[in-house]
Design a protein around this ligand. Structure first.
Ligand code: GLN
Length: 562
């Protein structure tokens, strides 16, 4: 196995994840098979319990792993399916070491950070990098490892030490260290400053690791003398100083690296020159350039709870982007805090209330994404009602589907007490209820997580047509509550159709309103499997419907002309 380690210095938020996945893209374009590992030095075992407000979205994998959103970047850029073990955290490592300690596996020895924690890290990296993630058999050629945080953080020390040892044992031909850093320009003088990079490289070298490459983030391209300076002071050949200056969209980053011949230098470092070919990045080039030249946009109302931090819905935003590009449009997302739509807000914050309603009314479609807890639920219900009554295309994802069921139960069935038991345990009409796959009495580990099968109940529905008529779809889930099977019959009397169910037919997976141009609710999260160039069927449907192209699209597909 060949390893490419990506570390970061100076400040966080440099786009280390995008840099690391772009390096993966370029290597893949050279014909290599690439996998990736993200190391998060925090103590949480996984991202499952982390607040989207603070940490951005929780990304969900096929195997049900709840992981850092960077894994989503890797899946999208490299078009791979990762496993929960591809995300290493301090919590997971300590847990595994402590479990072994309790079993007596250390034979009475004192258990220490070095060598026990560091050995566990190395073993983990070695075994996970061998898992095939691209649908082919056998391990990949290269594993890109991104070390989260900034070099010098106390938390990342054991990882740096383990990686140093790994480097030492795998040998120089199998290891390539790329350090991502920042080259700022200070206002008055306007000079590109190399000192922060010098300091962070010094820090890295003090820990026993010398970078083979620097990937310098900057606003403008690096000047030649800045490169020379960096080379001299950081002990890195000038040809290995890569520059990722600001670009109009992130798909340019692999192209930027290719233009600097990064692939050749990395392949040389990894002794892979003979195995790899020249990079074929045609698709990326077209996509990056097409996006830059798009002029028309479509307004999408995103009605959610965590709208203050757009990273909270990162995969939904990416899925919208993929779908919009397929329709030659730029997404223009109207972020609407669901609570601003509520009647109370008209009294307490009238300006926000009228702004939110104006944004909703000005949008071509409405999306209610997943969420937990009751804040903003009434606002989401109002948005779903507005979309249903005004025939505005609507996509409800997970909570968004549950919202539709509550709204239709209240408005059409007249069940004033309709609610989810998540928000009102004693709801008179519990239309959405706790339906764990395992125990009903234990709250821990009761989430329905990861890839589950949905059987399409009919070919005569918009979802089946958008997915091109399969008998089933496998999408990722992350929820506890579901439509109460006892009210399905009543709900279907309103015209609502449950066109997708699980294998037991007890779990409602997809709902549609045939009398509406596009009204779809799904219990799963289609956004996690959307890829650039392969947009998720339902996001595509939403955008097509929002721009009046859905019917033509469906027809042309039925005729087999696309
Ligand atoms: N809170 C809801 C549930 O647990 C919806 C979850 C979600 O939207 N991901 O079922």
């Amino acid at each position: 196995m060949k390893y490419v380690l990506v570390t970061g210095g100076v400040v966080s938020g440099l786009g280390k994840g995008v840099t690391a996945s772009s390096i993966g893209v370029v290597l893949k374009a050279c014909g290599l098979r690439v996998t990736s590992i993200k190391i998060d030095p925090y103590l949480n075992t996984d991202a499952g319990t982390m607040s989207p407000f603070e940490h951005g979205e929780v990304f969900v994998l096929d195997d049900g792993g709840e992981v850092d959103l960077d894994l989503g970047n890797y899946e999208r850029f490299l078009d791979v399916r990762l496993t929960r073990d591809n995300n290493i955290t301090t919590g997971k490592i300590y847990q595994s070491v402590l479990e072994k300690e309790r079993k007596g596996d250390y034979l009475g020895k004192t258990v220490q950070v070095v060598p026990h924690i560091t050995d566990a890290i190395k073993d983990w990296i070695e075994s996970v990098s061998a898992i095939p993630v691209d649908g082919k058999e056998g391990p990949a050629d290269v594993c890109v490892i991104e070390l989260g945080g900034t070099v010098g953080d106390i938390e990342s020390m054991p990882f740096i030490e383990a990686l140093r040892q790994l480097f030492f044992s795998t040998g120089p031909d199998n290891f390539c260290l790329i350090h991502v850093s920042l080259v700022p320009v200070l206002g008055v003088v306007g000079e590109q400053k190399t000192k922060p990079t010098q300091h962070s490289v010094r820090e890295l070298r003090a820990l026993g690791l010398t970078p083979h490459f620097l990937a310098c983030r900057s606003a403008q391209p690096l000047l030649e003398n800045t490169k020379q300076k960096l080379s001299q002071f950081c002990h890195v050949p000038a040809a290995n100083i890569l520059n990722i200056h600001d670009v109009p969209n992130i798909w340019h980053v692999p192209l930027l690296l290719r233009n600097q011949n990064a692939h050749e230098a990395i392949l040389r470092q990894l002794a892979l020159v003979r195995v790899a070919g020249p990079p074929n990045l045609q698709e990326w080039t077209t996509r990056a350039e097409t996006f830059d030249n798009l002029t028309n946009s479509v307004k999408i109302a995103m009605v959610g709870k965590y709208v203050g931090l757009t990273d909270s819905y990162l995969s939904v935003v990416k899925a919208l982007l993929h779908a919009c590009i397929a329709c030659s449009l730029k997404p223009s997302i109207e972020w609407i805090a669901a609570s601003d739509l509520e009647d109370e807000s008209a009294k307490s914050t009238p300006e926000a209330h009228s702004k939110a309603w104006e944004a909703l009314r000005n949008s071509a479609c409405v999306l209610v994404p997943g969420g937990f807890g009751d804040r903003g639920v009434n606002g989401m219900i109002l948005a779903a009602k507005y979309a249903r009554e005004n025939k505005v295309p609507y996509l409800g994802i997970c909570l968004g589907m549950q919202i539709s069921v509550i709204e239709i139960s209240r408005s059409i069935l007249g069940w004033k007490g309709a609610n989810s038991t998540e928000f009102d345990e004693h709801a008179p009409n519990p239309v959405v209820i706790f339906m764990p796959e395992g125990s009903r009495t234990h709250m821990g580990n009761t989430m329905r997580l990861g890839s589950r099968r949905t059987l399409l109940q009919t070919a005569d529905c918009i979802t089946a047509k958008l997915y091109h008529n399969p008998d089933h779809v496998d999408e990722r889930h992350r929820h506890r509550y579901e439509v109460n099977p006892e009210v399905v019959e009543d709900l279907e009397k309103t015209g609502l159709r449950f066109v997708g169910k699980d294998e037991s037919r007890q779990r409602m997976e997809i709902l549609e309103l045939p009398s509406h141009p596009f009204y779809v609710g799904v219990q799963f999260h289609p956004e996690y499997k959307s890829r650039p160039g392969k947009p998720s069927a339902l996001f595509l449907g939403l955008i097509l419907a929002a721009t009046g192209q859905l019917e033509a699209y469906v027809k042309s597909h039925q005729n087999g002309s696309i």
